[in-house]
Design a protein around this ligand. Structure first.
Ligand SMILES: Cc1ncc(COP(=O)(O)O)c(C=O)c1O
Length: 457
């Protein structure tokens, strides 16, 4: 494939000089991971590549400081600058989403969601969330999550066409009268119906929480409807399409504050002392950097390209006969239906070719979450590297070739131990497959033409 890059891009490649000097073992692991990241295509939709400025803030001296509490009300001294940094991050986030309240202290997306339960529910209360197999997140009430242990969780589904079943959500809401309804998912390729769910939540007096962990960057870029007008609370991670450090945030909308003017305070208390201690100040600073980057015009172009790329990838795969959940995408991700229980085989084979994706359940999953039937892929990371729809078509061609190569393989339909043994043998065999190794070389060539850029504004 021709190198389409026009200008020389400075890459984020790190040197790790100090670590090299004092810790050889870790240095070698970091170098190997750096090589993996630059020589393969990251198609996991929840991953991205941050700017050098975000990395700098993450690696800063702010990690030295303790600051339990909130700006102006800390349990530790010496927080004058930390207060200003946290205010900067909060202010930028509020502006990005057009909301009156923000908390930037959650350690990640799952703790942010836990804090929402703590702020709005009592143990045993009923909550309604999207079923895990249909794309929902563990923290939205899946049976093996603590959320299902402490709350009475009810789950809604998608219809046969892959879109959220609003009739079912309405019916379940009426029947179970939940305190909280979740909208947002980890593997849903379509636009979320915030407005319709807002009406359902209001009709039963429930809080509606939008977990925009995956699509936050798309909302900020204006390529997905914002939930701010239709929901009471918004939670998010900051490390997916938003392209910041690993972390979580919680926002309360004007609608939420109208319902309960204390909601912001309740969220603050649910984070500290409710479920966390000191905030990770280096992460807060990196969030401020990322929110600043996301407010620039270049980020709007980035968001638009993510979606254009995902659609191009989906269209080309479907043209080549690949089955996708909901027959396409509106956002940054797609879910391939690989046939009953074949997700792990496809994931492992793609890995050999340097195409990193992840096995995933599909709606009405006929197999199990550990050996599911789907593979999830997305475009945030390859778009950060500067790739466009032409490269997506090439990637789709490679994926389709991998699917052909592994067509003859299938997991035994017996038990977990047999499946695990089969996977080990399959991985050994596929790693030596000559065609796969040739594909890997082609993928590497594209990767080298598109290094991760160090500046993203
Ligand atoms: C929709 C959604 N919510 C919450 C989370 C949890 O985020 P974290 O892994 O940062 O705890 C994820 C992560 O995959 C997610 O997709």
């Amino acid at each position: 494939m021709k190198n389409t890059i026009k200008k020389k891009v400075r890459s984020t490649r790190q040197k790790f000089n100090k670590i090299k000097e004092q810790d050889k073992a870790l240095y070698e692991l970091l170098q190997a991971e750096q090589k993996r990241q630059s020589d393969s295509l990251e198609l996991i939709p929840s991953e991205n590549i941050v700017s050098k400025a975000v990395l700098e803030a993450m690696g800063s001296i702010l990690t030295n400081k303790y600051s339990e509490g909130y700006p102006g009300a800390r349990y530790y001294g010496g927080n004058e600058q930390i207060d200003k940094i946290e205010e900067l991050a909060r202010g930028r986030l509020k502006k990005l989403f057009g909301v009156p309240y923000a908390n930037v202290q959650p350690y990640s997306g799952s703790p942010a969601n836990m804090a929402v339960y703590i702020a709005t529910c009592e143990a045993g209360d009923t909550v309604l969330g999207q079923h895990l197999f249909d794309g929902g997140h563990l923290t939205h009430g899946w049976k093996s999550s603590a959320t299902a242990k402490f709350f009475n969780t009810v789950q809604y589904h998608v219809k046969k066409d892959g879109y959220i079943d609003l009739d079912e959500v309405g019916r379940l809401a009426k029947e179970h009268k939940p305190k909280l309804i979740w909208v947002g998912a980890t593997a849903y390729p379509r636009e979320f119906p915030f407005k319709e769910l807002g009406k359902i939540a209001n009709s039963v007096g429930a809080y509606l929480v939008a977990d925009v962990a995956h699509i936050a960057g798309l909302i900020v870029a204006g390529v997905h409807t914002s939930p701010a007008k239709y929901v009471d609370i918004i939670t998010s991670t900051t490390h997916k399409t938003l392209r910041g450090p690993r972390g979580g945030v919680i926002m309360v909308t004007s609608r939420g504050l109208k319902k309960d003017k204390e909601l912001g305070n309740k969220i603050d208390k649910a984070i500290m002392p409710g479920s966390q201690g000191g905030p990770h100040n280096h992460t807060t600073a990196a969030m401020a950097v990322a929110f600043g980057e996301a407010s620039k015009p270049a980020f709007k172009r980035y968001g638009k390209q993510i979606v254009a790329n995902a659609k191009a990838l989906a269209d080309e795969l479907m043209r080549r006969g690949v089955k996708l959940v909901s027959d396409g995408t509106d956002n940054h991700l797609i879910v391939m239906d690989c046939g009953k229980g074949r997700g792990a085989i496809v994931e492992a084979a793609l890995d050999v070719a340097g195409l990193t994706a992840n096995k995933n359940t599909i709606p009405s999953e006929p197999a199990t979450p550990f050996f599911p039937s789907g593979v999830r892929m997305g475009t945030p990371s390859v778009t950060t590297r500067g790739m466009k729809t032409r490269e997506m078509k090439q990637i789709a061609k490679w994926i389709s070739r991998v699917l052909d190569i592994v067509e003859e393989y299938d997991l035994p339909d017996t038990n977990m131990a047999d499946k695990t043994t089969y996977m080990k043998k399959f991985k050994r065999e596929i790693a030596k497959n000559k065609e796969m190794l040739a594909l890997r070389k082609e993928v590497q060539k594209l990767c080298r033409a598109y290094p991760a850029p160090d500046t993203l504004v």
